[in-house]
Design a protein around this ligand. Structure first.
Ligand SMILES: [Zn+2]
Length: 181
């Protein structure tokens, strides 16, 4: 049974590949540049440029993104939480609500310089609806990076807590001291 389902899935993928619409080459990309894909994978543009690009859509959000033809089948094989393919080449006819929040790894983001120095990747996502969605995007698309950021935040919070405790103890100790004559 599983094999039949697998074959059926491949057939559907092939159908989606057949109807895929051409998308323009990503703008501003130079040969040899390595593109950070939204899912965290990297595409070396110099090796894939000739394959062409196509549009893929997230079936839940309607989010339209460019996918290199070399990676299209892999993209279409990805399944969502419901176990069904998450992406399609058939436009579902709606789009996510667009915002203007930047991914934390966007060059225009607040801590970009710091993150860049830490060796984090750059992400050009700049249409996130709100701060909560930014976190969700970080959690989903930059999992490893997000873990590091979270850990660091926890550490900073712990240190701030300790500092506060020290200040409180010092202040109590100060008050407890007998008044100097
Ligand atoms: Zn991002």
């Amino acid at each position: 049974m599983a094999e039949v389902a697998e074959k059926e899935k491949e057939l559907i993928i092939e159908q989606m590949v057949q109807v895929a619409e051409d998308a323009p080459e990503p703008g501003g990309v130079t040969k040899g540049q390595v593109l950070m894909e939204e899912d965290g994978s990297k595409t070396d543009v110099s090796t894939v440029e000739s394959a062409g690009w196509t549009w893929v859509y997230d079936k839940d959000t309607g989010d339209q993104s460019k996918c290199n033809m070399n990676m299209l089948r892999a993209q279409l094989r990805k399944v969502g939480k419901d176990g069904k393919p998450q992406f399609t080449t058939v436009d579902p006819g709606f789009r996510p609500v667009k915002g203007d929040c930047l991914c934390m790894l966007h060059p225009g983001a607040e801590n970009y310089e710091k993150y860049h120095k830490m060796g984090f990747p750059t992400c050009m996502k700049a249409n996130i609806a709100n701060e909560m969605e930014v976190e969700e995007h970080m959690r989903k698309k930059h999992k490893a990076t997000w873990n590091i950021i979270e850990k660091q935040k926890e550490k900073e919070e712990r240190e701030a807590d300790r500092e506060l405790q020290r200040e409180m103890i010092a202040s109590i100790a100060g008050k407890a001291k007998p008044a100097e004559e």
